[in-house]
Write a protein that binds this ligand. Sequence first.
Ligand code: IPM
Ligand code: MG
Length: 361
Amino acid sequence: MTKKILILPGDGIGPEIVAQAEKVLAFLIEERGVKLELEHGLLGGCAVDAAGVPLPEETLAKAKESDAILLGSVGGPKWETIERSLRPERGLLAIRAGLGLFANLRPAVLFPELASASTLRADVVSGLDIMIVRELTGGIYFGEPRGIRELDDGQRQGFNTLVYSESEIERIARVAFESAEKRQGRLCSVDKANVLEATELWREVVTELSKEYPKVELQHMYVDNAAMQLVRDPKQFDVIVTSNLFGDILSDLASMLTGSIGMLPSASLASDGSGMYEPIHGSAPDIANQNVANPLATILSLSMLFRYSLENAEIAVQIEQAVSQVLSDGLRTKDIDAEGMTSVGTDEMGDAVVKALSSIN
Ligand code: IPM
Ligand code: MG
């Protein structure tokens, strides 16, 4: 059956990195006979420019009809000062919410070839393989009331609301327990239960649910300690489950353990298995259109797309192998470059991955 993939290149480096993943898709369609129908759409600043809103109705409608979405990145200085509700990031949050993409999987895996690219000692990070499960459609990102108001004394006050219902906590925890069952069987739930009631409830619900997963060893950790432990001894972690905001922060932190944020993919899944796939990095406007951005996080996001939404683990593995191959061939974009390696641009890296893929059967 032909599967529909919606491609949303977005802003900044988005279009150039997505173009590399599209080379991989073109190869799979033309040379491997994979049946895919590709569509393109607008999300983010480019949508604001073309349609006046960061998430046009047409994009959301196309997204709902597709089996999976591949996203580049959104945002940039051009749109930082426009009305808040029209900013590109709001489009990203709206598509996550609109599609019910509550489960964000952010694996932080170190490719052995990049052990020296990390700012941490190679012995601390070698063999690193963490799965961060971030709640994506709730918490302080979406809680109401929110805004900036004027107080009686004339000064302004900014406010946001951290809310989590039991069902929201339970469904994300379930994803994490199931992931841990398939991995090393260890789950660390990260909260701030010593200060925030919403996360006190989080801890209770996760603990209660753990009874259904006797094979998974559950541990709780406060977020400040988790940040410290991730730098001190990251290999102690297998799966981490946490709220929207804490997951946003910890996944950026974890990405640097692996050498570069340019390497980390992510999957955002709905309860029916449909999903959106994107690199965890931003739109990096400062390096856009210079052919220097690392496309590997986007290509690895495509691998996750095949694994989770198209249920084609074989192709997912082949894409990962192709990425490993180019790294062991010594090809490096600027963010992961090192002495003795071959420096390549965005385009060359994409071509090299396709070439490596074509030699895998
Ligand atoms: C991410 C990004 C987004 C987020 C921004 C761009 C809204 O940082 O996907 O991690 O905070 O979720
Ligand atoms: Mg982030």
